[in-house]
Design a protein around this ligand. Structure first.
Ligand code: NAD
Length: 370
């Protein structure tokens, strides 16, 4: 992995920091671990076994510590955090799939709500922890099928078990920010700032999860079958995985620096004019890889999934000076090229994508990369 230490990204705050990362064996977590390590952080991951084969984390061969464990296992989680003594926790572990949440509602609520509670309790009992960033989703908003983007102050809800579990977790998180990690008592009765990050559908190489558009397309294309699409008109805030991660890292920097006013929830997503339907995404991917083909099949007994979902990211822009580096088109191109390279020559282009992302951020004058 490219060494980014000398670039002093995010004011160099991650160099030498101890970062506890839940969900490191997953899609976002593996990219996050790679980026943190490249900036000189000492990372300890904590997750269930890699959820897919192949698995991005295994392909990356990172040097950080990896604990295989369940966040519902209070004892193991507390012991792991207490022993590692992190400065910061990025909490990404979750049952993250909407359709699986219909099949496994118990596991979904247990992991997403009580598992997160265990993370907070373990952090509360560990003196070294200064910052927690909890990763939720754009799906926490009560979906009104609005044409506008959801703002951080909009009402939370969730019609499917996944969305509801994440919204419930956010209520629990808010109670921690008002009680144990109360902002007015920061520096007095406690030293923890707790931030929440909500992002939309992420794309990028190294995702093989079930029921996600890009992995489904790649699998079907490689088998020579047109991928079956159930919601061609659904609009989602598609973004390359490095985009929300730069937002999470930037918010982490602000909180590590003691910025009490930043300890709240932020949306991270593409510019509003860039949001695309599923079908537009497919057409764009097809233009980069002729093997891609699709057919539209809407099941009669289709489970509820949001049709129109947009995020308003004005607050991240105004308060954090965060905006995406790549356009959605650029993100889609990087994504499809990652899978093409992996398929053609088994190469893992993650380090190259990270390097290009950082150099584009510098060139495009993003404040975190100055
Ligand atoms: N991928 C997306 O498009 C997307 C969009 C919005 C929000 N998110 C959120 O981002 C986070 C990461 O998602 P992802 O896409 O990497 O998902 P993923 O399914 O690829 O990874 C989930 C990770 O959580 C771990 N995990 C699951 N249950 C666990 C448990 N009980 N104990 C310990 N570890 C457990 C898995 O082992 C894996 O490491 C999640 O919180 C998810 O809700 C993802």
């Amino acid at each position: 992995m490219e060494n980014l230490v000398n670039k002093k990204l995010f004011s160099g705050v991650y160099e030498g920091k101890k970062v506890f990362l839940t969900g490191h064996t997953g899609f976002k977590g593996s990219w996050m671990m790679a980026w943190l390590e490249a900036m000189g952080a000492e990372v300890c991951g904590f997750s269930l076994e890699a959820p897919t084969t192949p698995n991005h984390l295994e392909l990356l061969k990172l040097k950080g510590k990896s604990i295989i464990g369940d966040i519902r296992d209070r004892e193991l989680l507390s012991k792991s955090i207490a022993e590692f003594k992190p400065d910061i926790i990025f909490h990404m572990a979750a049952q993250a799939l909407v359709r699986l949440s219909y099949e496994e509602p118990h596991e979904t609520f247990d992991t997403n709500v009580l598992g997160s509670l265990n993370v907070y309790e373990a952090a509360r009992n560990c003196d070294s922890v200064r910052t927690i960033i909890t990763i939720t989703t754009d799906k926490v908003y009560e979906n009104n099928e609005w044409v506008w983007g959801y703002r951080e102050s909009d009402r939370l809800g969730g019609k499917d078990p996944y969305s509801a579990s994440k919204a419930a977790m956010e209520l629990m998180t808010s109670s921690y920010r008002n009680s144990f990690f109360n902002l007015e008592k920061y520096g007095d009765s406690h030293k923890v700032l707790l931030g929440v990050v909500r992002a939309g559908n992420v794309i990028g190489g190294g995702d093989w999860a079930k029921d996600r558009l890009i992995p489904d397309i790649i699998k079907a294309s490689l088998e020579g079958n047109p991928v079956s699409i159930r919601s061609p008109k659904a609009v989602r805030p598609w973004q390359h995985v490095l985009e929300p991660l730069s937002g999470y890292l930037l918010l982490g920097q602000k909180l590590i620096e003691g910025g009490v006013k930043f300890a709240k929830a932020y949306n991270f997503g593409p510019l509003v004019q860039e949001e695309m339907t599923v079908q537009q995404v497919l057409e764009e991917l097809k233009s980069h890889w002729e093997a891609i083909d699709y057919k539209i099949e809407v099941p009669k007994d289709m489970l509820h999934e949001a049709g129109l979902l947009k995020l308003d990211c004005t607050m991240a822009k105004v308060e954090l000076d965060w905006s995406p580096v790549w356009t959605t088109q650029e993100g889609l191109k990087k994504t499809i090229n990652w899978y093409k390279d992996f398929n053609n020559s088994n190469s893992v282009m993650t380090a190259d994508d990270l390097k290009t992302y950082v150099s584009d951020a510098i060139e495009r004058k993003k404040s975190w990369a100055e």
